[in-house]
Design a protein around this ligand. Structure first.
Ligand SMILES: [Zn+2]
Length: 370
């Protein structure tokens, strides 16, 4: 098994308030009794930009008032497809056919929002036949167990390397709790999914929905166990994090987190997706984009993998003692345009860290510790 969740989530002494905590961000921090949105807590004094909570978009509120508003939004794209914008950052998708499928499940704590979304289209978990997960990071797979529990006939589709973490999420949750300290996980705990409900899928598989099929394509890079799903009927490609994120009004951004980001695999996966000629990309973060809106998208994204990697290699070689936050500051300093997107800084921080681990693993930067 190659996925190291401990490595992915543990950021050393800063983990509790560090960027990983930010990434697992925090719609319910006020409810949980935290004095303020954690986006403030993870901001290091003097850091470039002022990261907003990636979920609530606010810059936080030191007085502790509840300023975060759930933004669950249901949008019917056509007769078959509906999107659930769970929290402004994470999307789940429904395709209706003779068998209904949900793609992505959001965080554990956002399950009530997702169920509410289903209710708004007159459905319950009992109407869902499959949940397809692009990978087992908490913001994609976290809610699946709760939905599956409500319908014992429901099957959860996942890469074979991710399957055991659905059946027994204890290792993943242990790592998340370690990141938060004192056993608290504001994004909630995953619950185990019975083995008979977990279905490993991979290259060449396609899911028979009745009148249509959903193809499964392994797309390593963001994570070794990453899959995308292609709805051939509508030309919609459910990209997970393989093509990074694309929030409305913001540029496409890389998502290259610890611990198994691999640049060359990520670029090959972009080529593989391009060859499928999708008409619509359904980003988990966040929403649908017609490919003709995304001029030169694939090549620009591939180039960005190279540019970011080279930039971080230079920074690491010139500042071998820099800690992750200093690395991030150097990175923003050299990529001034990124200052304009403070709401994405939590993600950029993770990407810097992920690329650095990749560079060390591949010997381009010294200091890899396995
Ligand atoms: Zn991910």
């Amino acid at each position: 098994m190659s996925i190291s969740f401990t490595e992915a989530f543990a950021w050393g002494p800063k983990a509790k308030t560090g960027p990983v905590a930010g990434f697992l961000a925090h719609r319910n921090t006020f409810e949980a009794g935290f004095p303020a949105c954690l986006s403030l807590l993870w901001q290091r004094p003097g850091a470039a930009g002022s990261p907003a909570c990636p979920t609530c978009r606010s810059q936080g509120n030191r007085a502790g008032q509840k300023t975060m508003v759930p933004v669950m939004n249901v949008e019917k794209l056509d007769e078959r497809m509906t999107l659930f914008d769970i929290d402004g950052f994470t999307t789940s998708w429904l395709i209706r056919d003779r068998r209904n499928i949900l793609i992505e499940s959001g965080y554990p704590v956002t399950v009530p929002e997702l169920l509410d979304g289903l209710r708004k289209v007159s459905m319950t978990p009992r109407d869902i036949d499959f949940i397809a997960l692009t990978h087992v990071h908490l913001d994609h797979a976290g809610g699946a167990g709760y939905i599956a529990r409500e319908n014992p006939d429901l099957k959860v589709l996942v890469h074979e390397k991710g399957a055991r973490h659905l059946i027994d999420p204890s290792k993943l949750m242990e790592s998340v709790k370690k990141a938060y300290g004192s056993g608290h996980s504001p994004e909630g705990d995953m619950i185990p999914i019975p083995e008979r409900q977990v279905m490993a899928v991979g290259s060449g598989d396609s899911i028979d929905l009745g009148e249509s099929r959903l193809e499964v394509h392994p797309t390593p890079g963001h994570a070794k166990h990453h899959l995308v799903y292609f709805d051939t009927r509508s030309g919609s490609l459910f990209s997970g994090d393989a093509l990074g994120g694309k929030l409305k009004g913001l540029p496409n951004f890389l998502m290259s987190p610890p611990s198994d980001y691999d640049k060359e695999s990520a670029k090959q996966s972009i080529d593989a997706i391009k060859a499928m000629k999708p008409r619509r990309i359904c980003f988990t973060h966040c929403g649908p984009f017609a490919t003709d809106e995304l001029d030169g998208f694939y090549d620009t994204l591939k180039k960005k993998h190279d540019l970011w990697s080279e930039c971080i290699r230079e920074i690491a070689c010139e500042n071998p003692e820099a800690d992750p936050e200093e690395m991030f500051e150097h990175f923003i300093e050299r990529n001034k345009e990124l200052e304009n997107y403070p709401e994405l800084h939590f993600s950029f921080r993770l990407s810097v860290k992920g690329i650095l681990i990749y560079l060390k693993k591949t010997g381009k930067v010294p200091g890899y510790v396995s």
